[in-house]
Design a protein around this ligand. Structure first.
Ligand code: NDP
Length: 272
């Protein structure tokens, strides 16, 4: 029987992960099956354990269970520990290994797919939820000249900065007035509701990039605002999705798939 993997979430039917991992498996000749697992609220551990007991080898974890997966893992990678969230579980004999590939996926997408340099640049991260938390450490590792985090609830932003031992500046949107950045990353869920984080105009430096982690809904309010307010380059989060999946695939199978054709195919189907 092929090795079994799945994405676990609630809801999960919309997930593109099965399509992405099936393409990776075809490309690399790996004998595996990748499905979807809908876990009822409050039943993450029971659902994951039943999958594991049935011979499952690993899971991708999506909303709202990344924190549950963090608690469920018996061994954590350093980056999962820093993020306090897990999006990849690998079951190996008695060990439940938890990792977080979201940040690596974002950094890879920025550096290699989009040609956006990070070292020495001024980076602004919007949001202080699970997605923001997961990408902080990998972004800091790129040694930006400035790293600032803004969140609607400023206390949450400050607490997050404390968790990272004050390694970056965190505060309100209002405090951004008069400042400029080379890269602004939207890690809020505002786009899901068709809303816009309250960014001041003039936040984009010359040649800056706007990156929305959201994907698949056409131009989001954040990207539309960024286009009108001087961002030279715009990107959505589809590349991050494919790259975090490739990193999970590597953890499970020890092989790195070629992501370019998979991303290109997803873009084509998204546009039709
Ligand atoms: P959370 O619910 O954990 O956090 C949501 C964040 O958005 C909070 O900081 C919240 O601020 C902020 N927010 C919500 N609405 C607004 C608004 N109208 N204005 C300003 N801020 C707002 O969500 P996640 O962190 O898990 O996910 C965030 C986004 O990232 C989602 O759109 C998700 O789809 C995307 N994502 C994409 C991935 C990819 O691979 N491309 C991977 C992971 C996530 P407050 O604290 O004040 O409530």
């Amino acid at each position: 029987m092929p090795d079994q993997y799945a994405v676990i979430g609630n809801p999960v039917a919309h997930s593109k992960s099965p399509q992405i991992h099936a393409a990776f498996a075809r490309q690399t000749g790996q004998d595996l099956m990748y499905g979807q697992l809908l876990a009822p609220a409050g039943a993450f551990a029971a659902t994951a354990s039943a999958f594991r007991a049935g011979g499952g080898r690993g899971l991708n974890v999506t909303l709202p269970f990344k924190l549950d997966a963090f608690g469920y893992a018996t061994l954590l990678s350093e980056r999962a520990h820093a993020a306090r969230a897990v999006n990849t579980l690998k079951f190996n004999e008695g060990v439940i290994f938890g990792d977080n590939t979201d940040g690596a996926g974002l950094v890879y997408d920025l550096l290699h797919n989009l040609g956006c340099a990070l070292t020495g640049r001024r980076i602004l991260l919007l949001g202080a939820g699970g997605a923001a938390r997961g990408v902080i450490e990998p972004l800091l590792q790129q040694r930006p000249a400035q790293f600032v985090l803004a969140n609607r609830t400023s206390d949450k932003a400050r607490r997050l900065a404390q968790d990272f031992r004050g390694a970056f500046e965190a505060g309100t949107y209002a405090a951004l007035a008069g400042r400029q950045f080379d890269l602004v990353i939207n890690a809020t869920s505002a786009s899901l509701a068709g809303a816009l984080p309250p960014l001041p105009p003039g936040v984009y430096a010359s040649g800056a990039m706007a990156y929305d982690m959201m994907y698949g809904k056409g131009e989001t309010p954040f990207l539309a605002f960024s286009r009108r307010n001087g961002a030279a380059l715009l990107a959505d989060g589809l590349g991050m999705l494919v790259e975090q999946a490739a990193e999970s695939f590597f953890i499970w199978r020890g092989l790195r798939p070629d992501t370019a054709p998979v991303l290109q195919r997803l873009r084509q189907t998204q546009d039709t």
